[in-house]
Design a protein. Structure first.
Length: 152
């Protein structure tokens, strides 16, 4: 897959580790930055990466900030994106198998890199369970987004 990575200063160190894992698993990374730990504003990096997911330029996104929710706030404002904050592999498994998320958000200050990398690995390698109830629920979420769609 082609995967967008994006982060702020607080997520930079973990993003670098995630980038290595994602590439080792054979995926192509598009890194939207930021590229160091100098203080910056999260939306300046997460929004362009989110647009790349929305436009289909990449298949999925993995966004890293200090705690994760900031990235999810941005991504979930954009039509076509369903982002989950996952800080453990169990959550990552359900975020794919039940919710078919196309964006994973992680907090670099919250979990250690071993759990973070396992979380990413599970999220990348878990398929959506095409069960009627899960499809119905995801479709209901997408219909809410459609109802409030102004532009892509
Ligand atoms: O390093 P500062 O700017 O204080 O805090 C930034 C982080 O704190 C939270 O808002 C976000 O997770 C963001 O990544």
């Amino acid at each position: 897959m082609k995967i967008a990575l994006a982060n702020d200063h607080a997520g930079f160190a973990l993003k670098e580790e995630i980038k290595q894992l994602v590439e080792e698993e054979g995926h192509e990374v598009v890194d939207f930055g930021t590229h160091d730990e100098e203080s910056c504003d999260l939306p300046d990096f997460i929004y362009p990466a989110s647009l790349a997911v929305a436009k289909g330029e990449v298949e999925r996104g993995i966004f890293v900030d200090g705690v994760g929710y900031g990235s999810a706030m941005i991504a979930n404002k954009i039509y076509g994106l369903n982002a989950a904050v996952c800080q453990d592999p169990f959550c990552a498994e359900l975020a794919r198998s039940h919710s078919n998320t196309n964006v994973l958000c992680i907090g670099g200050k919250i979990i250690g890199s071993a759990i973070a990398l396992k979380t990413v690995d599970v999220w990348l390698n878990t398929a959506f369970h095409e069960e009627e109830k899960y499809k119905r629920r995801v479709e209901k979420v997408n219909r809410i987004a459609e109802k409030h769609l102004k532009e892509i």
